[in-house]
Structures are given as C-alpha cells and as structure tokens.
Design a protein around this ligand. Structure first.
Ligand code: TTP
Ligand code: MG
Length: 359
C-alpha cells in the first residue's frame, strides 16, 4: 500500500502578493492583466472569491463583481522562487516528488510512513513548516493513491488537511460530483448526467460493460477511479536546469561551414525542446571536443532570454568562430541553453494541467 500526499498552495499568486505587500492582506486581490488590456484573472485571493471572482475569468468581469479588488500584475520570477523552495522542502521528506505545476505536487511518503510516522502527521508537519518558513498556507490531501489525494487536497481549501484513511476511499468519493473525478471533463459529465449518473458513487455502481459501451476503455478506467482504485506511481521529476544537444562526428573536422551547419541543426533540436517545456534561457553554451579529446565549453550570457533556433545558432555560431583557428579539428560539437526564464507568451491565459519547467 502506498501513502501519497497531494499538496497545493492556496490562491498561490494572490497569496504571494499578499505576503510581499502586507497592506494587501485580508483584502480582495486579483493577479492578472488589466481589464483595459483584456486581461484574465490568473489567481484570486479567497477574499475576492467571496465576491464570485475566479481564475480564468476576464478581469473586466472580476472588477464588476468586486470593484474594490486590488489588481496586481503577475511576477513569475517570484512565484518560481517560492516554488523552488517548497519543492525542496518536499524533497527533504522524500525524493519521490512529482510537481504538477509551480504550486502543486504529489509526494510518495510510503517509506517515511513505514518508519513509524503516520501519513497524517507527516502532512501536518509539512503544512506547519511551509507556514513558518514561507509564510504561506498549503492544502494537503492524504490518501493511498494519487487521484484520491488530489481530490482530498481540494476538499478543505484554504489551509486544509483532508485525510482519507486506507479502506475509506470508496465511501469518501461516493457523494462527490462526477466532475471531481480525474478524466471527467464537461462533455463526459454532460453525457453521464443525461443518463442519471451524478455522483462518483453512481459511477462506481454502474456495470462496467455499460460504461465501456459509452466511453470505451476510458469507461473502465473511470469506474476503477470511482472505486478508489489507482495504482499509478509518483514519478520523481526535477527542475530542468539546462537543455542541450550534441553530436559526435564520424570523422573529425575543421570545416567552418560544416561546423556551423551542425550548430544550426543542434540549435533547432534545442529550440524544439525549449518550446515544448515553455522555457527560454539567457546563457548559450557551446561544447567542443578536439581530435585529442580535450573537451571544453564556451558560453555567453545574453541581455535577454532566447528560445528560437535562429537566435541560438547565431550566438553559438559566434562562439564557434572564435575557436576556429590553426589546424584545429573537432570530434564533437554541442549547443546548450541555461539561465531559464519561463517563456510567457500568454501568461494570463488559462493554464493547462502540466508542470512547465520540470521534467
Ligand atoms: P491553482 O492551484 O489552480 O489556483 P490557486 O493556487 O490560485 O488557488 P487554489 O489552489 O487555492 O484554488 O493554480 C495555481 C496558480 O496557477 C495560480 O495561483 C495562478 C496560476 N493559474 C493561472 O495562471 N491561470 C489559471 O487559469 C489557473 C487555474 C491558475
Ligand atoms: Mg493552488
């Protein structure tokens, strides 16, 4: 049996703003772009939620619902810094930490619990430590699986702790609306409700064949989750510190044109990874290995963060040209980027459920 925690900061961006500006504490605060700029609410303090303000709502609507709300622009560097600190607190407890976003992670504390500590106590102590050391509240769900822990962490927000004891999973889930179940989006929910299935308990009671008939393989999975059966593992992931690509030549070369072409190709590969991880970096690195196996790197830090293959190959190309002298021949070339800032093409758009920058 596993013991899993799902931890999620309360009103993360808004709480960080209230932490850094004490005059905002106790007040309705919304983080996001301005109404004039057609901004969207990224995070709303619980005071603002009392007025009906929610994430992903147009800022204009938020201001209509709560005219006295204070709007603050997002400060991603600060959120990232706090995120790194909380993730490292999690890792003090267990290496099995799976971040889902800046403010949310699964922790597998099975080994810690085997040493005699109750999972509920582990969670309570973690919440205390976050409050004392970061000045922020985090809600935690404790359960024997990821999916139940995630639902549990949301039950008693803000500043909540919900423990689902082993064996209680099915009873805990039964009264909850189907939309809480992982994988039940609005469309699936609509079809289920039309068939009279409204709670997770209703799903658990259905015949598996009926669910499979409606939703295929996904229907069987839905039923298992509704019964509290989920044996998916917590997959430890660390923050990406750098992204790189390199290649070793079949034959050493000193040909400037060919080397630049290789740099271009590697830059494309790196740029693709950066895009996928939504990262951009300020430090561009070129790695070189000579025929005699001497290996060294040259790097430069740019005034602004880059992501595109063009910008990468230009910078790496300049570093390369400075190394092409004499009869030097190369065995290996690599291109890398570090010094990340998260690329925020559309920072205020509703975020997807993924942990950008980790993995
Ligand atoms: P959430 O954990 O979903 O929201 P929250 O922490 O603000 O509030 P709570 O957990 O107490 O319900 O998301 C974490 C952060 O991610 C949030 O503070 C801002 C950002 N975010 C967006 O930028 N857009 C969104 O649509 C959502 C949901 C979150
Ligand atoms: Mg949160």
């Amino acid at each position: 049996m596993r013991h899993i925690l799902h931890a999620d900061f309360d009103a993360f961006y808004a709480s960080v703003e209230q932490l850094d500006a004490p005059e905002l504490r106790g007040k309705p605060v919304v983080v996001g772009g301005s109404a004039e700029g057609r901004g969207v609410v990224a995070s709303a303090s619980y005071e603002a939620r009392g007025f009906g303000v929610r994430s992903a709502m147009p800022m204009r609507t938020a201001q209509r619902l709560c005219p006295e709300a204070v709007r603050v622009g997002a400060r991603f560097d600060r959120y990232r810094e706090i995120s790194q600190r909380v993730m490292s607190m999690f890792r003090d407890l267990t290496p099995l930490v799976e971040p889902l976003s800046l403010d949310e992670a699964y922790l597998d504390v099975t080994a810690v619990a085997t040493n005699g500590e109750q999972p509920a106590m582990i969670a309570a102590e973690l919440r205390r430590r976050v409050k004392v050391e970061l000045g922020l509240t985090i809600s935690i769900g404790v359960a024997t699986s990821k999916s139940v822990a995630k639902i549990a962490s949301d039950m008693d927000k803000p500043d909540g702790l919900t423990v689902v004891a082993p064996g209680d999973e099915r009873a805990f889930l039964a009264p909850l609306p189907i939309g809480k179940l992982w994988g039940v989006g609005p469309k699936t929910a609509e079809r289920l409700i039309a068939a009279g299935v409204e709670t997770i308990g209703d799903i658990a009671r259905q015949d598996e064949g009926w669910l499979v008939g409606m939703f295929g393989k996904h229907g069987a999975q839905m039923r298992r989750l509704a019964l509290g059966e989920d044996d998916s593992a917590v997959v430890a992931r660390r923050e990406t510190k750098s992204v790189s690509a390199e290649t070793t030549f079949a034959r050493d070369t000193g040909d400037a044109e060919m080397l630049q072409e290789v740099v271009n190709r590697l830059s494309q590969r790196v740029a693709q990874q950066l895009r996928r991880k939504e990262l951009q970096g300020r430090t561009v690195k070129l790695k070189l290995r000579l025929s005699d196996f001497t290996t060294f790197t040259r790097q430069r830090t740019l005034p602004h963060a880059v992501q595109s293959a063009d910008e990468l190959s230009r910078s790496a190309g300049e570093l390369l040209r400075a190394e092409l002298y004499g009869r030097r021949r190369f065995r290996l070339v690599g291109v890398g980027v570090s010094g990340f800032e998260r690329s925020e093409a559309h920072p205020e758009e509703p975020r997807q459920l993924k942990f950008v920058g980790f993995g």
